[in-house]
Design a protein around this ligand. Structure first.
Ligand code: FES
Length: 124
């Protein structure tokens, strides 16, 4: 099952960072891949336009879980203006690569994050 993944991906899959629902989140965003049925919700705590806390709940494959975990690590503590620039390639590189047939899995993390940021701006 894990043979196709590198150690960074396996680590984030086995011990996902920032999983669950943070208390007092003030924005959330979801994204689902209609093709495979996987879905992700990201929760943000934003203060002064900075993501001070972030968490996620995901239903998905190994790569979906690992990329969700990595996305939360990459944007925690940075401004919304910087976070919104995150691209799926950035996440894939940070993970040390993904199998070709799993590259699309990095999309759900980035899209859910952008939906959460949009949700924050819509309501604040
Ligand atoms: Fe659906 Fe990975 S197979 S996100």
């Amino acid at each position: 099952m894990f043979a196709e993944y590198n150690n960074i991906v396996i680590d984030h899959f086995m011990t996902p960072r920032n999983s669950g629902i943070i208390e007092s989140y003030n924005a959330e965003g979801s994204y689902g891949d209609a093709g495979c049925g996987d879905s992700l919700t990201i929760y943000l705590r934003v203060e002064n336009d900075v993501i001070v806390d972030i968490s996620f709940l995901v239903f998905g494959c190994v790569a979906a879980i690992a990329t969700s975990s990595m996305v939360t690590e990459m944007v925690k503590g940075i401004s919304l203006q910087k976070a919104v620039l995150l691209k799926e390639d950035d996440v894939t590189v940070a993970l040390g690569g993904l199998p070709k047939n799993k590259i699309h899995c990095s999309l759900i993390g980035v899209f859910a994050l952008k939906n959460a940021i949009q949700n924050y701006y819509d309501n604040n």
